[in-house]
Design a protein around this ligand. Structure first.
Ligand SMILES: [Zn+2]
Length: 212
């Protein structure tokens, strides 16, 4: 895992998480209670899960409800519209980054996804492993690529940064926590297996583990 010293969680990011899970919005105590429930449910794995990722809390994946879309590496100032990303060509228009034709006159600023790629600071980490994975590696990689293509076509900020080989497993890093979640859910939907979410609220990072 790369050094995380550069990430300073802003109030916006905190708000992002709260709005991401509407049931938790403004309900900090309830949020903590739910995380506690999550731990009880996962008690058999608690030790393993806790030692696996320092600073991350396990979250029940079925608790993650429809989220709103926000930038996760948001510009500190309000972007002028239109702004175009010189790296990927995404256009900031009507309050969000979109795939649009380059406007004749546009400000230039790197989009949050290109920024994360440049800084090598992923928002999502998806660990994928297990015997089934080993036997169906190509098929699963194809599934992951499809998932990214779908997400990216609609949401320019949802991209895979890289897929790293780790012994018999892989680590997929993403520019956005929604894509990390989406990859985990797609694999779980298609092949069942075990799916875990671990959230670092302070730094707004999501670790997803899928194994089969
Ligand atoms: Zn970009």
């Amino acid at each position: 895992m790369p050094a995380q010293a550069g990430i300073q969680p802003s109030a916006n990011l905190q708000m992002f998480f709260k709005s991401w899970i509407p049931a938790f919005a403004g309900m900090t105590d309830f949020c903590r209670a739910s995380l506690t429930i999550g731990r009880v449910v996962y008690s058999k794995k608690e030790h393993k899960m806790k030692t696996r990722f320092a600073g991350f809390e396990p979250i029940r994946h079925d608790r993650l409800i429809q989220e709103q879309r926000h930038d996760t590496y948001k510009s500190k100032h309000k972007l002028v519209e239109p702004t175009v990303c010189p790296q990927c060509g995404a256009v900031y228009h009507e309050g969000r980054w979109q795939w649009l034709a380059k406007p004749a006159q546009a400000h230039e600023e790197m989009c949050p996804a290109c920024h994360r790629i440049h800084d090598e600071l992923p928002a999502g980490y998806v660990h994928i492993g297990g015997d089934f994975f080993k036997q169906h590696r190509d098929e699963l990689l194809h599934q992951i690529a499809n998932q990214e293509a779908k997400a990216r076509a609609e949401h320019p900020l949802e991209r895979i940064i890289k897929i790293a080989n780790e012994d018999d497993s892989i680590m997929v890093t993403t520019t956005d926590i929604h894509l990390a979640r989406g990859i985990g859910e797609a694999l779980h939907h298609a092949y069942q297996g075990e799916l875990e979410f671990h959230y670092n609220e302070q730094e707004n990072l999501l670790r997803v583990v899928w194994e089969r």
